[in-house]
Design a protein around this ligand. Structure first.
Ligand SMILES: *Cc1c(COP(=O)(O)O)cnc(C)c1O
Length: 395
């Protein structure tokens, strides 16, 4: 079993699944089977059909449960599959209180899908406890947090919101994608369901789409296990293995990337063509003290605001190192443009209300040498026109 005395860094490598008990193989075997032979129908084996249970997926599920400090983990075909399946814990006429700056896909699920099934929602500024308290109704069943939020890195006090939710008989869901259990363990702060897009930092190599959910109550685990099988959006054996492999280096990847992110954020903040930098590692960030209390690092994601779309176009055109893409949390740095990428499914007025303007960029810092990245930003920012005042004077 996992020795909980060991540090997180060590436990990533020396878990219950460090070697295969059958062969000694120092890698979890990929059980590429849809079905399992039963000795007879009176004594069914542990596994019968891979939607209900697969040994490779189970190794991942046990590993993430242990790392998050939970009792049960569940692996899904994507982060959205994990989130959507967890929402199936709700029933008609239930209500959800949810962060207004939630991931675009979660916004779409709650706004365009669950709504049709009679599940109502209220978007709130989750950093404002009074607003959260006011939004809770008698039929509220879930308070849904994402912290740091995407893409403006707002910080929600997990412990305070979970306490408020519990006092009102609601479950607290936390999307922990940006932090991972290496930096933040919401169950220890009172959350009930932790969700991940394992596509991001957990798998970490831009080569797999996967989702995870972790709980710490047997009754909740039973319900989620039932829903995972009923809904059927499970993670395949190969992809489960890829996530397990990615997890082994999670701690050192995140340490390096976070250290680089802090340097890059500081560089960008002093650049005259960058209007604003959002990074919870700045002591000036409004959520800095809350974040420092509940997480062990500021993470590898930051956002920056340039003047407008034209500036974004010039900047991204001349950048050489980061890939310009959707997604985050990979070994390579990824620059994305929320207005047209992660939040494209959000109506423009909703986007602007959340501060996702046409000049906003999100950077997920990878494992490149930070000085190389800074040099690349320096040369690409040089192509961005100075400011409107200068331009007006020059015409
Ligand atoms: C990517 C992401 C998701 C969705 O995960 P997929 O694996 O793409 O389905 C959910 N939440 C956050 C914060 C994300 O970044």
């Amino acid at each position: 079993m996992t020795n909980t005395q060991h540090s997180f860094q060590t436990r990533l490598l020396h878990s219950k699944h460090k070697f295969d008990p059958e062969t000694g193989a120092v890698s979890v075997p990929i059980q590429q089977a849809s079905t399992f032979h039963q000795k007879n129908f009176d004594q069914p084996g542990k596994y019968d059909y891979s939607r209900s249970g697969n040994p490779t997926r189970e190794a991942l599920e046990e590993t993430i449960a242990s790392l998050e400090g939970g009792s049960h983990g569940f692996a899904f075909a994507s982060g959205m599959a994990a989130i959507s399946t967890s929402f199936m814990l709700l029933s008609q006429n239930d209500h959800v209180v949810i962060s207004e700056d939630v991931y675009g896909g979660t916004f779409r699920m709650i706004h365009d899908v669950l709504h049709r099934f009679g599940i109502d929602h209220t978007f709130v500024n989750m950093t404002d406890l009074h607003e959260v308290a006011t939004a809770i109704r008698p039929n509220t069943k879930v308070v849904y947090i994402e912290t740091p939020s995407n893409p403006l890195l707002n910080i929600t006090d997990i412990r305070a919101v979970a306490k408020l939710a519990k006092a009102n008989g609601c479950l607290t869901f936390v999307d922990n994608t940006f932090m991972t259990p290496a930096l933040q363990r919401p169950l220890e702060l009172g959350a009930d369901v932790v969700l991940h897009s394992a596509t991001k930092f957990i798998a970490g190599h831009s080569d797999v789409v996967a989702g995870l959910a972790v709980v710490n109550h047997p009754a909740l685990a039973e319900q989620l296990s039932f829903l995972q099988n009923a809904f059927g959006s499970i993670l395949g054996a190969h992809d489960s293995w890829l996530v397990l492999r990615g997890l082994k280096t999670l701690d050192c990847r995140l340490k390096q990337s976070s250290e680089s992110a802090q340097k890059i954020a500081a560089y960008l903040q002093q650049h005259p063509k960058v209007e604003q930098v959002y990074y919870p590692g700045f002591t000036s960030h409004p959520g800095h003290s809350t974040h420092s209390y509940q997480a062990q690092g500021a993470g590898a994601v930051l956002s920056l605001r340039l003047k407008d779309e034209a500036a974004v176009r010039e900047f991204s055109k001349h950048l050489e190192i980061p890939v310009f893409a959707v997604s985050l949390g990979a070994v390579e740095s990824i620059l994305s443009y929320p207005a047209r990428m992660s939040h494209a499914s959000m109506p423009k007025h909703e986007r602007l209300k959340r501060g996702i303007t046409d000049g906003l960029l999100r950077l997920s810092v990878g494992l490149e040498k930070p000085e190389d990245l800074i040099q690349d930003f320096e040369q690409s920012l040089a192509h961005v026109e100075a400011d409107s005042l200068v331009r007006r004077v020059s015409v």
